[in-house]
Design a protein around this ligand. Structure first.
Ligand code: HEC
Length: 147
């Protein structure tokens, strides 16, 4: 008699675990449905960026990501540009941003890019980072305009 009591509790516990695993995928499906609908309305494509922002993504990936993090997602070695370039941030103004990129901050470990990048490439990088900071441009490889 005493032996059968723990056996009953065990099966109860197993039962509730089964219920939990059944509910979880349902919740995921509920959460995914509106996103799928939004994607379908947009023609199923990733959000579009401008030609300049696309070029900026390329420049950023080549010149900046190793220190500031891929997709501007942050990296412990350098300033978080999503915060620096967000409205009101220390490098939110284009002129300030471009000056930092041109001159670097050699004592802090950031090299100058004046001899490496053209002014148009720096401006494109600003457009991309600004788009990321304003949450208009998603993380990941953006869809190439016109593609
Ligand atoms: C070798 C590493 C390195 C690379 C490459 C690099 N940076 Fe930096 N960057 C830093 C560090 C470190 C700082 C922080 C300087 C400080 O604390 O003042 C910084 C600061 C900045 C700031 C100022 C942020 C603020 O809040 O004041 C901007 C803007 C910036 N970087 C943009 C860029 C861009 C754009 C590129 C690519 C063209 C780039 N950086 C490439 C290391 C790097």
């Amino acid at each position: 008699m005493a032996k059968s009591v723990p056996a009953v509790r065990l099966s109860d516990r197993r039962g509730s675990r089964v219920v939990r695993w059944a509910v979880f995928p349902c919740l995921l499906a509920l959460a995914a449905a509106p996103m799928q609908r939004a994607a379908a309305q947009a023609g199923g494509a990733a959000p579009k960026v401008t030609e300049q922002e696309y070029e900026g993504w390329r420049q950023y990936s080549v010149h900046c990501a190793r220190c500031h993090g891929q997709d501007v997602l942050g990296n412990p070695v350098a300033a978080n540009l999503l915060e620096s370039v967000a409205p009101g941030g220390p490098a939110a103004e284009k002129e300030v941003f471009l000056k930092v990129v041109q001159q670097g901050r050699p004592p802090r470990g950031m090299p100058a890019f004046a001899g490496t990048m053209t002014p148009a490439q720096m401006e494109a990088t600003y457009a991309y980072v600004r788009g990321r900071a304003e949450k208009r441009v998603p993380a990941g490889r953006p869809q190439r305009p016109g593609a």
